[in-house]
Design a protein around this ligand. Sequence first.
Ligand code: TYD
Length: 392
Amino acid sequence: MKKFLDLGLQPLANSYLLKKDLNRKEKKFRLSVGFDEKKYLVSILNTVPKEKMFNENYPYKSSESYTMKKEFRKLSEKIKKKFRPNMVLEIGSNDGAFLKNFNKKNIVGVEPCRNLANITKRKGYKTFCEYWDSKLAKIITKDQKIDLIYSANTLSHIENYSEIFKAVDLALTNKGVLVLEDPSLLECLKNGAYDQFYCEHVYVFSAIALQKIIDPFNLEIFDIENTRTHGGSNRYFIKKKNNNFYKVSKNVRNNISKEMKFGLHKFTTYKNFSRKVVKSKIKLNKLFNNLLKKNKNIIGYGATAKSCTVLNYCKIKKGAIKYFYDTTSFKIGKYLPGSKIEIKKYKKLNKEDTDIVYLGAWNFKDEIFKKEKHFIKSGGKFITHIPLPKII
Ligand code: TYD
């Protein structure tokens, strides 16, 4: 692994603080990112034990996002039509935003965060509160193998991907399909989205890297869809190599050639990216300082894990952002790790309350701008750091 980016000392991104803990020293780790020239794989260099991040206090719920719910609904319709699976399994089923589009008899969830697994269990969906591995795959498929495995924004969180693919190979029927969805490295680099890197995102995948890492597990990509979720993601359709039921689509070749053209296989591409990140940090600080000089009242929107990376890496001045609005019940009343900015229950934006809003959830820009039409019409502005810091 060759290091190309240093995002400084960072707290655990989803460890929101209670008021009583504000004076306690937070555990920090060095967030740096490297490139493996053999596997073309990009990953963070110091990982955090999974139990520290994925436990009964996991704050993110997919069902609280309108965009995600809509995407999952659309995808599940497509999956039913195209693959007609008898048995589906979701790795990282969160609070059931995907599961709930299926008949309870036909789907199994795997979710290690107890608070989330309990939600789907209570709704009657068979859910295993465990990490996905070969042992669990054998238990689940004792009587029936799986026709389709789906996993969104989960593989990038798991350091030991080999175990995941080993378990997938065990669990899938010969004609079975694995659908994986994760932020696209190409989009991340194009967008200057260095905040895709935080403790939970061990990897940001490209098609060229995924192709290499699944190869030893008898798996191959047969189609790729580019989606707009999470700032640009790839949805990979994967099959066993000896499954000739599906032909390899030209989308695979096209995606790979786009990635090679951009240089995702070369270390110099990542060094250039890292220079852009440093420039972005300087520019964002300048932008905040200018606004503060003009006594602008700035708040944040979407207390994301990504914001945690940005605020801590850029060392945004204390008090620059008065508070964050967020819709997630678990985050409300708590404080962002590191920057210790308060998170308040979301209220529709209003020019009387704030002049300008830092867009922490930039990946939901369209949804948010639609919701805040009134604020925008009355002259309200947003600060974004994607692709470069500016006021919009
Ligand atoms: P997400 O994009 O998953 O970010 P990360 O993975 O970096 O934590 O989370 C989006 C956050 O933004 C989540 O806390 C909910 C919040 N949010 C709002 O408060 N209002 C909105 O309209 C939207 C779309 C999101």
